[in-house]
Structures are given as structure tokens and as C-alpha cells.
Ligand binder design. Structure first.
Ligand code: PLP
Length: 391
């Protein structure tokens, strides 16, 4: 086997084995146990928020947020087209209707288009925004690749039109504002709800897992209640609501507690490696390293290269497979969600940037254990392959 640098793999350099063994020895493997509470406390401390509920996945965290936000069948939820489909699927779980709003150059929702959509395509009367006769209840804002959406502007619009804001911070654990109205505020703690994911390729992982927070601690308590089958009493099976089996297990949480100990170091490496790639691609005119927003400290979870499509005509598949043969694992940014089979009939609003970037962005190796030498080598392979494809 030759050299192979994966796109993004988990890193277990810390106390993962110790804590998972401990959870096993104690016999607490399921949805009860001290590691779950410990992880929730670590997350709340890290995010400077009061209360966090650990869940089975980022998707379940998003679904619980929509339920709590009161999203009902036929309501409208405003969503992004250029992201992982799990940000949008929970809208369908509620039998609600997604409407796709374009992104800006941060890949996050375009705040101007969001406002214009609400002002020009909807009717606001008696405190309710309606679109084609249906209530617009919420907006799902994704902080793509660890970037931060323009929350000042989005929150203003949400306040004007009484929309619940669900922050999909699944990719942005550790990203926070350094300037402006929200200076010091972490992604996921600005809107009404914030969802996190600890899936295998996220900045920390519990195998599968996630967490949810909200702007009032009592709401988080209710989210936790819903995630545990809405069971009211420790001794009797009494349920006042329809609950879900969305709680994280103690085994997953044991992994998560160890990962949280390493998170600051993981973020430091992600930032350092991003800077190294930027220096390496400087002056190479076929690509541009896509920067993160100014005025934030980003966890720099995923790195994006924008390919000059006027000069590199090869398909993404050709580029990816050629790089794979050389030992560099890359991937194309997501396909547009509004073009996927279950979503083709849904309305879209002024999609321009999303389709533009969907055909130009290549994600490159960004694991926390990647070495400087590997980064240099990957950048060299990418340059050679793209130069070969350039006309
Ligand atoms: C990973 C991810 C999710 C889903 O998280 P899971 O834990 O895999 O359910 C949702 N939205 C975005 C943007 C993601 O990247």
C-alpha cells in the first residue's frame, strides 16, 4: 500500500479507552449513567450556556427542536439548499414544508435574501407570517463547515417576523463571535435552539451522538424529557406527551467526555492546519482556499477549495478519483437538497450562490492527526492533478 491520507477520521489520543472501559465495568451502557450528565455539564461549560441535553444524534437534536418550536403539519420552515440533508429531513418528519433560501459566500444562509423572502413573498398579519396561506414557523440556520452564519441580521429578521431560530451547529462546536453584538457567543447558543452532532467525522465524536440546547434552561429540560420517551415518574410508567427514544447512551457519553477534554487541542490543530494549506495554495491560481467569516473564531472543522471552473473543466468525479489513486481522499461539497428526489417539488427562493458553489467546492484532508508533511504532500498532489486537468 502506498501513502493514503484520509479526508477526516476520528482521533482517540486521550482517555477514550479508560472511560469506555469504566462505563462497561460499571454496567451502565444504556440511556442512564454518570457519563451522560458529565458530558452535558462539560458542553454547557464549554458553550457558556446553562443547560444541554445529550441526544442520540444531531438529527434527533434537530427534530426535537422542531417539535419544541411547535412546527406542525403544513407549516413552512425556511431551510438551506447547500448542506447535509439531515438539516432538512426533520422538517419532513413533522409533515411540514421546507422552502429553500439561498446561501451567501460563507455557504450559510443569505440574511438579505431571508429578509427579502419574508417581506416580499409572505404576508405578516396578527403576529403570524404566512407563505401561500401556510404559517412560517421557523428557520433552520446551518453554520456550514464550522463557519458562522450572519446571526445579527438573521436574528433581527426572526424577531420582526416572529420566527423560531434553530441553529444547526452540528459542524461548528467551538465557533464563536469575537466581535459585534454577539461577541463571546458560541454557535448554537444565539437562536432559540442549537443542535450539535458527534458523528464519526465531526470535530469530536461519540460514534453516533449529538446534543441540543435552547435559550432557556427549562426548555432544555423539556427537550430531555421528550428524548426519554416523555416518562414522568421514576417508578411508574406515566407519560403526558408523545416522547422519543432520542437519548444518548452512557457508552457514547464516556467517549464524549474524553473527546471534550481534547476539543481545545483539536480546534487548535484544525486552525493551524488550515493556515498551512492557505500558505501552500497562495499564488496557485487554479484554486482558492475559502476563508471563514471575519469577526469570529471558527473551529475550522472542514476545509474548502474553490476550483476555477473556467480553467479546470474536469468533473468533480474525475478530480476525486484521480486524487484517490494518488492517495489523497477528497470529496465534493453536497448536492443541492432541493434537487434530491424527496424535495424536488418544494419551493426555492433566488438560488444563485448555492448552485454556483455546488459545482466548485472540493473538501480536502483535515483530520486532527494529519502531519505538516502530509499536508504539504496533499497540497502538492492537488496542484499537480488540477494543473493536469487545466486547459
Ligand atoms: C452531521 C450533520 C447533521 C446530522 O448529524 P448526525 O449526528 O449525523 O445525525 C446535521 N446537519 C449537518 C449540517 C451536519 O453536518
Amino acid at each position: 500500500m502506498g501513502k493514503f491520507v484520509p479526508l477526516s477520521i476520528p482521533n482517540f489520543e486521550g482517555n477514550e479507552k479508560t472511560y469506555v472501559d469504566d462505563a462497561l465495568e460499571q454496567g451502565w451502557v444504556s440511556t442512564g449513567g454518570a457519563y451522560i450528565t458529565k458530558l452535558e455539564q462539560q458542553l454547557a461549560l464549554f458553550l457558556h450556556t446553562q443547560n444541554v441535553a445529550a441526544c442520540q444524534s444531531g438529527t434527533s437534536a434537530l427534530h426535537l427542536s422542531l417539535v419544541e418550536a411547535g412546527v406542525k403539519p403544513d407549516d413552512v420552515v425556511l431551510v438551506p439548499p447547500l448542506t447535509f440533508i439531515a438539516a432538512v429531513n426533520p422538517v419532513k418528519y413533522q409533515y411540514a414544508t421546507p422552502v429553500f433560501i439561498d446561501c451567501d459566500d460563507s455557504f450559510c444562509m443569505d440574511p438579505m435574501k431571508l429578509r427579502r423572502f419574508c417581506e416580499e413573498e409572505c404576508v405578516f398579519a396578527d403576529g403570524v407570517l404566512t407563505y401561500k396561506g401556510a404559517a412560517v414557523k421557523a428557520v433552520v440556520v446551518v453554520h456550514v463547515f464550522g463557519n458562522m452564519a450572519d446571526m445579527e441580521s438573521i436574528m433581527d429578521t426572526a424577531e420582526t417576523f416572529r420566527l423560531k431560530v434553530i441553529e444547526d451547529a452540528t459542524e461548528a462546536l467551538g465557533t464563536y463571535y469575537t466581535e459585534g453584538r454577539y461577541a463571546g457567543k458560541y454557535a448554537g447558543t444565539i437562536g432559540d435552539f442549537g443542535a450539535y452532532s458527534f458523528n464519526g467525522n465531526k470535530i469530536i465524536t461519540t460514534g453516533g451522538g449529538g446534543a441540543v440546547t435552547a435559550n432557556t434552561p427549562e426548555v432544555v429540560d423539556h427537550l430531555r424529557y421528550l428524548s426519554t420517551q416523555a416518562k414522568n415518574d421514576p417508578h411508574y410508567y406515566i407519560h403526558d406527551e408523545v416522547g422519543y427514544n432520542y437519548r444518548m447512551t452512557n457508552l457514547q457519553a464516556a467517549l464524549g467526555v474524553a473527546q471534550m477534554e481534547e476539543l481545545p487541542e483539536f480546534i487548535r490543530r484544525k486552525q493551524e492546519n488550515f493556515d498551512r494549506y492557505c500558505r501552500l495554495f497562495e499564488g496557485f491560481s487554479l484554486v482558492r482556499m475559502v476563508p471563514f467569516r471575519a469577526g469570529i473564531s471558527s473551529n475550522k472543522w472542514f476545509y474548502s477549495l474553490e476550483i476555477d471552473r473556467d480553467r479546470v473543466k474536469a468533473s468533480m468525479r474525475q478530480i476525486i478519483t484521480t486524487l484517490e489513486q494518488r492517495g489523497v481522499q477528497t470529496r465534493a461539497i453536497w448536492g443541492l437538497i432541493n434537487e434530491q428526489l424527496p424535495y424536488r417539488a418544494e419551493d426555492t427562493y433566488q438560488l444563485e450562490k448555492a448552485p454556483w458553489y455546488a459545482h466548485r467546492i472540493l473538501n480536502i484532508p483535515c483530520s486532527t492527526q494529519i502531519t505538516p508533511e502530509e499536508i504539504d504532500w496533499c497540497a502538492q498532489q492537488i496542484k499537480e492533478v488540477l494543473t493536469g486537468f487545466a486547459g
